[in-house]
Design a protein around this ligand. Sequence first.
Ligand SMILES: C[S@@+](CC[C@H](N)C(=O)[O-])C[C@H]1O[C@@H](n2cnc3c(N)ncnc32)[C@H](O)[C@@H]1O
Length: 370
Amino acid sequence: MFIWSPVRNHMNTTPRYCSMTEAQELEVSGEESDDETANSSSATSRRLRHQKLALSKTKLKKLAREEQDRQQKLLVVQAFHRFYESQYGDRWSKIFRALQEKPRAACLVNKFADMAVFEETMKGVANLRRLSFVSVPLYECDDRFPHPERDDRNVYTYYMLDAASVLATEALRLAPDDNVLDLCAAPGGKSVAILQHLNLPVGSLTANEVSNDRRRRLWKVITDYLPEDLRQHVSVTGRDGTQWSQPNSFDKVLVDAPCSSERHLLQNHEELSKWSEHRTVHCSKRQLALLNAALKNVCIGGLVVYSTCSISNVENDKVIEKALRKKKIDFEVVNDSWLLGEKTEYGWIVLPDTSDGWGPLYFCVLRRLA
Ligand SMILES: C[S@@+](CC[C@H](N)C(=O)[O-])C[C@H]1O[C@@H](n2cnc3c(N)ncnc32)[C@H](O)[C@@H]1O
């Protein structure tokens, strides 16, 4: 497997990054004398010459392409590490290790379902613990949660998601009668969390998602978690959130913006090989446009929560900084503190190295002033 690991070079100065196979080879080979190195390298080149003669031109071209591809991936990974090391310094190696762990899932109880079914499912779950850093019933356990069951009304009794995601929805300070817009809503975990605070139909939710495929998933989640008679109070829309224009219409807006999703990248090496610093800058432009749209559409005095699952400051505090610098709408940053995570310049971040594996999740609360 192609795993990446920081290693020290022979001068023992700055760390560099190499593939796990390279790291293992370095460990196995150990130190060699100059003579041994010269002998083994001439033997190697003889062997390679022999092999080359035996290989067809097509095979050689294929090998050269593979090698080029490998080198390219290595360069991307080195750039990735340099970028985050410059932001997090010595802490980066701990964050990196924590991000490579399998993401954790907590279980958010669905208040619209029959609790007797929930309790029955949970009977077999070892060491179920309620998480105290949010107001809604959210649980963790020692092992994996079973797949949720449906109740008599065909509604699932719980939703599994990262506990830090629930924290971002708590930051909206939802009231039961709020009219809420979830601007980037698919697949729908945070919409389900928002619904737990609302008293439908007095309160209402508009869940928006621009991608057709992802909107279908969002609609499925809404139908899986809300009884039929309440679904009419949730609108699922498919607009480009940056163009949303219904000024002063919502009490609360959540902008859970598309982002670099580094934890996801680290679980998928093909995706990781597409990373670039340019990509995080590109994401931040779209994020700023979404945030400005949210500020325009929230009521005066209403709250916007901007969130991402990125660990890049360019996509987090820097987006808020730009919005503050080029204020199109008058707003202020609300300073909150939470029991999980840590403060950043403008907002809050949950990083898995210090938050029991939860996260990453960044969020910032903004109040529209005029
Ligand atoms: C981070 S995900 C949202 C996750 C979701 N809030 C949840 O908790 O399940 C961001 C979503 O924004 C969508 N998106 C991207 N650009 C958008 C735009 N211009 N307007 C609306 N949605 C957009 C993406 O397709 C993606 O589904």
